[in-house]
Structure formats: C-alpha cells, structure tokens
Design a protein around this ligand. Structure first.
Ligand code: 5GP
Ligand code: ZN
Length: 115
C-alpha cells in the first residue's frame, strides 16, 4: 500500500470531503482551511511535483485544470471576488505532502507577495 496520504485519500482508505471527482482527478476540502474556500485539486496518478511529470503524461495536468475549472464554475468563485491557485513544490515552498496538488483559495482578500 502506498504511504502517500493523498494516494490513500484517492483510494478511499482515508476519508476526505470530495467536492469533485473524475477519472483523472479529485478535488477535496482542505482539512486546515486558510480561507473561507480552500480546496485541493489532486491528480490521481502519483507525481511529487509538476516538473517530474514526463512529457507523455502532461495530459494529467490539463485534466487537473479541467477539474479546477469545474469547481471554480460550480462554486461561482470568479463572481465571488476571484480566487488564487497555489502549487507548493519543495522545501522552501512549504510543500508538506509529496503528491502534486493545487490549492484553490477564495472568499477573502489575499496579500501579495505571499509569506
Ligand atoms: P502543502 O503544504 O503540501 O502545499 O499542502 C498540503 C495541504 O494538505 C495542507 O493545506 C494541509 O492542510 C492539507 N492536508 C494535510 N493532511 C490532510 C488530510 O488528511 N486531509 C485533507 N483534506 N487535507 C489535508
Ligand atoms: Zn500519492
């Protein structure tokens, strides 16, 4: 069995609040939300970071952004003030889970640059 937390969630071995699922991706609620809306869009195939996805597998990132768009539209995030997408990769970024995930944040004003 994979030791990866998000692989376990994808395999339904650990519960999560899913807001979207298709053959390639899931979107779940973050367990420790940093904004009124905080979801994680996760490809079902395990890669640690975007730069490690081989060219022949790039379609999974396109499908991941399709999943994100479905949620952005169904939750009307654009008309609710917009949203931020974040991908952490590596130690300096603060990546805690070594499986690609896009944070979808919305519902409050956000600062730039990020901390
Ligand atoms: P990272 O720091 O790797 O970019 O983000 C990992 C995210 O996963 C964090 O925002 C954290 O709150 C979230 N997270 C960690 N464990 C769980 C979990 O068991 N369930 C859910 N839904 N989110 C989790
Ligand atoms: Zn994984």
């Amino acid at each position: 069995m994979s030791e990866c937390l998000f692989c376990k969630i994808i395999e339904n071995k650990i519960p999560a609040q899913k807001v979207y699922e298709d053959d390639s991706s899931i979107v779940i609620k973050d367990i420790n939300p940093q904004a009124p809306v905080h979801y994680l869009a996760i490809p079902k195939k395990h890669y640690v970071s975007v730069h490690l996805v081989p060219p022949a597998e790039m379609d999974l990132l396109s499908k991941l952004f399709h999943a994100i768009n479905q949620v952005v539209k169904s939750e009307s995030l654009e008309s609710r003030g917009g949203y931020r997408l974040v991908i952490n990769s590596g130690e300096n970024s603060g990546q805690a889970v070594a499986h690609i995930h896009v944070h979808i944040l919305a519902g409050r004003k956000m600062d730039w640059p990020p901390g």
